[in-house]
Design a protein around this ligand. Structure first.
Ligand code: APR
Length: 240
């Protein structure tokens, strides 16, 4: 039993990244076969790239959204959903992922700090809508009716992540911070572990390999999320 499972925790903050969904078949970003090994993030994940070539950006996100119809939650998503059920109200899930696999696994409240693939944002009225099908520069907003203003509701490089005030509040009172499947290369998410430590939380990293922030964590569990997260949750529930 490691530190994170041999005492009761009353406020657990769990940050997840692309590694949580990797075994569901969703590509990560910085692994050898990752998305940013094939595409230039400056073209596809910046407001400037969208302004330069909106069709390319629509095509990229429409393809990623369509892929969501072919993937399913894995054992790690399901284990986190069980933890949230059993630890009623004591777990705050914040994810950098834009898929909905945690929700599909049964998690009722997921904080998507980088937005969601299934949502479109209207740049005219600021309203969001479910992007049930592919959309492009000719689609109209269901709220204001304007055409040509829809963009993927994804937080791009250089933009401010969503829900930061809520996340900072959660980090300030966490007694356990867990990072799952993230390389620790993109801020502000990569800085959450240090903030949690400053506020006295015990910190655990669950990852396929040591991340860029590994040295900041108290505890490490290395291996595939479907094994390591499942094992950790089982120990947590046994220890309650
Ligand atoms: N189990 C656990 N961890 C895994 C697995 C797995 N099966 N497969 C990969 N990983 C780990 C990798 O070792 C890596 O540390 O997941 C991490 C994925 O890192 P990235 O690809 O950098 O993804 P992430 O950390 O989520 O990226 C953060 O960058 O491009 C932006 O907005 C994008 O949200 C994304 C952000």
């Amino acid at each position: 039993m490691s530190h994170s499972t041999c005492r009761r925790f009353d406020h657990i903050v769990i940050l997840s990244g692309a590694g949580l969904s990797a075994e569901s078949g969703v590509a990560t970003f910085r692994d050898p076969e990752g998305i940013w090994q094939q595409y230039d993030p400056m073209d596809l994940a910046t407001p400037e790239g969208f302004a330069r070539n909106p069709s390319l950006v629509y095509e990229f996100y429409n393809a990623r959204r369509k892929q969501l119809d072919d993937v399913a939650p894995n054992a790690a998503h399901r284990a986190l959903a069980r933890l949230c059920r059993e630890y009623q109200g004591r777990v705050f899930l914040v994810t950098q992922n834009v898929d909905d696999l945690l929700e599909q696994a049964g998690c009722s409240e997921v904080c998507h700090m980088h937005g969601e693939l299934r949502v479109a944002l209207c740049t005219h009225c600021g309203e969001r809508s479910i992007a049930a099908t592919a959309f492009d520069g000719d689609s109209h907003c269901v709220h204001c009716g304007e055409v040509g203003g829809l963009r993927p509701d994804i937080v791009w490089f250089g933009e401010t992540p969503y829900h930061m005030a809520a996340i900072e509040r959660e980090l300030s009172t966490a007694d356990l911070f867990v990072a799952i499947g993230t390389s620790g290369t993109v801020y502000p998410a990569a800085g959450f572990v240090q903030e949690a430590r400053w506020c006295g939380a015990h910190t655990l990293e669950i990852n396929l390999e040591s991340s860029e922030r590994a040295d900041v964590f108290d505890e490490h569990r290395l291996g595939p999320a479907t094994e390591q997260v499942k094992q950790w949750v089982e120990e947590m529930l046994a220890g309650q």
